[in-house]
Design a binder for this molecule. Structure first.
Ligand code: ASP
Length: 446
């Protein structure tokens, strides 16, 4: 059994968290590949080391004295090393950074030190080998990860190690040898790459929340964590705005059929959320709810195109879609009727072209009328158990009706994985709340 365990910045914020991480790693002998972010905020109002490093670079760039920011960062590492008596020379590491940025103040190099030093410190603390992501995580010239080259390099480095390694997240190497950062939150990707490269049995992503939540906690007070979710459901929820993992981090593990487990560093015995391609839904494992989660996004508009017997006219939908394609506008939903069809698109994206598109529709397609309604939110109820389950949409529509929420659009997603409703922006939060409450009510189970 082999597991990659990735710890986010909030799990590495200070000595106390480092020590909790060591307990977690030691609690399971399979946790032999550790990937770390840079130390995050210790409390509200504190700064993430990565943000301080960006700030430090901005000082250098604009010729402002950067030493106070750099020594603030140094003190974060020194405090961890000294409190836990970790045999690692923090001062020497920062001397090297100082001399390097004197000659080449490269932003990616400087910011990557957040993860690099955290990993070096963690490796010394755990007694694991440090394997640098520089040289093992490889980018292609187009900025995407070169998966075969990365997998080979990580596998070789692991092979050459003691079989217990710590890797820094968030960066890799470009073909010419330049260090390159990933996008923010990229350590999730590094963890997934390591898990896939070593064909791990599990990728554990340790963070500071109890798992993926059934709804946005800033809208629903104390939403319940989702115990089990499929990769497809996760995609739907993430697409509809749920913030969980770095989007690109799912692909490497999903492709290799490796389960991903989101765990809470502050509550290590809790099972967190398990993400798999599919689950065997036997009776003993039945979850209590038919909905896996509710998520939504604001800022859409509905464009209604009316034409008598539009459904019988060939080519009209195609020509309207071609107009959107010309402007590289993505269409979120298409709903059609006998005399009308409607497109749902992002208001922000369509706004600059709205007049020209409406005019083009008028002149090319000869509609009876075109109507644009702005201020629409899309809200999705996602759940693999909805398929063939009568009563789910009935409950959904009844709930919205009982709460005086007007539905502007309805669509059932492919494979009945979700039901999407369009409501006015002003009903956005209320809709999420009432749907969550309705589907998690114990007194009215489905
Ligand atoms: N430390 C980086 C960030 O703050 C990368 C990460 O945490 O994954 O975005």
């Amino acid at each position: 059994m082999l597991k990659t365990v990735k710890f986010g910045g909030s799990s590495l914020a200070d000595a106390q968290h480092f020590s909790a991480v060591r307990d977690i790693v030691r609690a399971d002998g399979a946790r032999r590949i550790v990937v770390v972010s840079a130390p995050g905020k210790r409390a509200k109002g504190d700064n993430k080391v990565t943000d301080l490093l960006y700030l430090c670079h901005a000082h250098i760039k604009y010729g402002v004295d950067h030493e106070s920011v750099l020594s603030m960062i140094e003190s974060r590492y020194r405090e961890i090393a000294e409190t836990l008596s970790i045999p690692f020379d923090v001062a020497a590491a920062f001397d090297e950074i100082r001399s390097r940025i004197k000659t080449s103040p490269d932003e990616d190099y400087l910011v990557s030190r957040g993860e690099a030093l955290c990993a070096a410190l963690m490796a010394a603390y755990l007694g694991y080998d440090f394997v640098d992501s520089y040289g093992t995580v490889k980018f292609r010239l187009d900025g995407r990860i070169d998966l075969p080259a990365t997998y080979t390099a990580i596998a070789e480095a692991f092979e050459a190690s003691s079989g217990r390694i710590v890797m820094p997240g968030f960066y890799g190497t470009m073909p010419g040898g330049k260090l390159r950062l990933m996008t923010r939150g990229g350590s999730d990707i590094t963890g997934a790459l390591a898990a896939a490269a070593l064909n791990c049995d599990l990728y554990e992503n340790w963070t500071d929340v109890p798992g993926i939540l059934m709804a946005d906690p800033s809208i629903v007070p104390d939403p319940q964590p989702i115990p089990r979710i499929t990769y497809s459901e996760l995609r739907e929820l993430t697409y509809m705005g749920a913030k969980v993992l770095h989007e690109e981090s799912v692909f490497p593990v999903r492709e290799m059929n490796i389960p991903l487990n989101i765990r809470n560093t502050n509550d290590p015995s809790a099972p967190g959320t398990m993400i798999r391609e599919e689950f065997a839904e036997d009776a003993s494992q039945q979850e209590s709810y038919f909905i896996t989660g509710v998520a939504g996004r604001r800022g859409y508009c509905i464009i209604d195109i009316h034409k008598n017997h539009v459904s019988a006219k060939l080519g009209i939908v195609r020509s309207v879609l071609a107009l959107f394609e010309k402007h590289e506008l993505h269409i979120e939903q298409i709903v059609s009727g006998i005399d009308c069809f409607s497109l749902v698109v992002s208001t922000e994206a369509v706004k600059p072209y709205l007049f020209s598109i409406t005019e083009e529709i008028e002149s090319y397609c000869g509609p009876d009328s075109v109507k644009v309604t702005e201020g629409i939110s899309l809200i999705a109820c996602v759940g693999r158990r909805m398929v063939f389950r009568p009563g789910i949409s009935g409950r959904l529509f009844a709930t919205l009706g009982e709460n005086n929420i007007n539905i502007r659009m309805i669509s059932q997603g492919p494979e009945e994985l979700n039901i999407i409703v369009g409501v006015d922006d002003r009903d956005y939060e209320k809709t999420i709340r009432v749907l969550y409450n309705s589907f998690t009510r114990k007194d009215r189970p489905l």
